[in-house]
Design a protein around this ligand. Sequence first.
Ligand code: PEP
Ligand code: MN
Length: 349
Amino acid sequence: MIIIMEPSASKENIKRVVDVLTEHEFRVIVNQGEIHTVIDAFGDKTSITPGRISALQGVKEVKIIREPFRLASRDRKQEDTVIEFENGVKIGGANKPVMMVGPCSVESDYEGLRQVAFAAKEMGCEFLRGGAFKPRTSPYDFQGFEEKALKYLKQASEETGLLTVTEVMDSADLELICDYVDVVQIGARNMQNFKLLKAVGKCSKPVILKRGLSSTIREFLLAAEHIMYNGNENVILCERGIRSFDSTFTRNVMDIASIPVIKKYSHLPIIADPSHGTGQRYLIEPMTKAGLIVGADGVMIEVHHDPENALSDGKQSLPIPMFKDMMTRVNSMMEHLHYEKNCLSANVD
Ligand code: PEP
Ligand code: MN
């Protein structure tokens, strides 16, 4: 890190910064400028945080040169992380992008879920998604069918062979959830629920980590770091849009650029979620394609057998015929992209 001192910093202030850094085994170079003193510090940032240095008297600014996420960073691991499932499905690297499809919430009508699952299977998708424990903005909204929903997901998975994903909101439910599904999801609202991140860090299932409602890319990667630090390296990031000033036409601002940015700085797979990213049915296809073009390792979309009567997120859910139609076009696009990805990785090797 680089520490820029205030023009008014005293010799004692500078000495104190140097002493604290050397106590933590940093190598320190002090550059005495005409106005500012600038201190270069080389060492292990886990032994002292930049925040502690910036709190010292006379410090103007602390700049971080190496990103604070370590386990998730490309510096540590250059090759892409690939997550492999028992049925041979792989997420990440040069593998074909995966499709995760299903209703926002698993509802009481199993037949509806079954129809979506069979449509997903028919269109070549790999995962069935569906909420069992729902994070709802209002306490009066539908909160999820909990274990009954998990049973439905498992049943649909057994009938179709699809892998399953559902959200965990409370670590007390984690064991139960892991008994039923293949991937656990941390929702946007819980991206910085550090106890929950720690809990999924200790579980054996891959984790989809959704980007927080207003989180920066650095905060997002640091949240992934918490999961990895606690032992689970199978993290799949998910760009699902962030809050910004303009919600006139879309529910969120889907930060498409975050996908190649994250690919540059991290080896973890990242998927796109245009359903929550835009909140609009007509934007699902263009934003799915956009996500795939910029290198997403998969796409998660909400599909419902009867969106008009859905218990949550009906407005952004695709009805089955529209989903199938879209998938025909997306599949042909993916074949081409897959070919390009393979060529690219062949060149890199
Ligand atoms: C969901 O996937 O249904 C969901 C609640 O997503 P998010 O956490 O991104 O809002
Ligand atoms: Mn939803």
